[in-house]
Design a protein around this ligand. Structure first.
Ligand SMILES: [Zn+2]
Length: 304
């Protein structure tokens, strides 16, 4: 039947026409997965908005209230790059709830996929780069606080460094942050993850997968996580507008397969989030299906 998927129709919050963030991708991704028979309605779980106490395990009240009330400064809004609106506020709280739900489903089922999430540039007191709240950071903190897990590993393969996540968990031994990203790409000022692999522009499938393949076994055996949160951003793709790397569709698929297989063969639960991707909607949505396809295949192989 395949892994559980988490989705909410309100994820595709309306943006002013011509805005460069592809907000409709969430709805189109769900539709496309349904077309591929990978998203039957009984597999889809709809999240509730994150309760405030979860959000505040990571984010300051002044920040999230100012965001909700439209009181962030022009500079703060510009740094986020999305215009504050009621639907956007709602979808931000829902997407955090969605990643927490995905992580819970991963713990109970072994593998679960969020059809959103991966807003890794969000810091405790400010947003950045289309990211308002750091969903994976909140999910890690919630499950740690509940005693459901003792050690979390974030594997962040979005082409941009997971700077917010790195900063949030700097000095926190219970969450290990791993980011593999473009060295010259946003954010220009990098944070220090527990493990950073910074790639030069133009890296293609083979060296990318080789670098990942070298890193994963030691990472998993040394961190020994109870849960992996995997950001499967598709912006390392060669056609991505913001990417600067040269991965093919097949390269992305093999990447997702490699991560999920390495984790699942060790019987570690894994929750995936889709992360970034910037291209025409049809091509982009197709790319975001890859992690779900890999998850579906591996769930079958591992009997999940
Ligand atoms: Zn990105």
């Amino acid at each position: 039947m395949g892994p559980p998927l988490v989705y909410h129709p309100a994820y595709a919050a309306p943006l002013p026409s011509g805005h460069r963030f592809p907000m409709q991708k969430f709805r189109l991704l769900r539709d496309r997965l349904e077309q591929l028979e990978l998203a039957s309605s009984e597999r889809i779980h709809q999240p509730l908005p994150s309760p405030r106490r979860w959000l505040e395990l990571v984010h300051g009240r002044d920040y999230h209230q100012a965001f909700a009330r439209g009181l962030l400064s022009t500079q703060e809004v510009r740094r986020i790059g999305l215009p504050a609106s009621t639907p956007l506020v709602r979808r931000s709280w829902l997407a955090v709830g969605g990643t927490v739900l995905t992580a819970r489903l991963a713990l109970s089922r072994g593998l679960a996929c969020h059809l959103a999430g991966g807003t890794h540039h969000a810091f405790p007191l400010h947003g950045s780069g289309f990211c308002i709240f750091n969903d994976c950071a909140v999910a890690a903190r919630v499950l740690l606080a509940e005693g459901r897990v003792r050690q979390v590993l974030v594997i962040d393969l979005d082409v941009h460094q997971g700077d917010g996540t790195a900063a949030i968990f700097a000095g926190d031994p219970q969450v290990f942050t791993f980011s593999m990203h473009g060295a010259s790409n946003f954010p220009l000022r990098k944070q220090t993850s527990d493990l950073d692999l910074a790639l030069e522009d133009g890296v293609e499938d083979a060296p990318y997968l080789a670098a990942l393949g070298r890193a994963l076994p030691d990472l998993l055996s040394q961190v020994r996580p109870d849960l992996v949160l995997y950001n499967a951003g598709v912006d390392p793709h060669r056609n991505d507008r913001l990417g600067r790397l040269q991965l093919s569709d097949d390269g992305l698929y093999r990447r997702d397969w490699m991560v999920l297989e390495a984790v699942l063969r060790r019987r570690i639960p894994v929750a995936t989030v889709i992360g970034g991707g910037y291209d025409g909607l049809a091509a982009l949505v197709e790319r975001h299906t890859l992690v779900v396809r890999a998850a579906h295949e591996l769930a079958r192989i591992h009997g999940l």
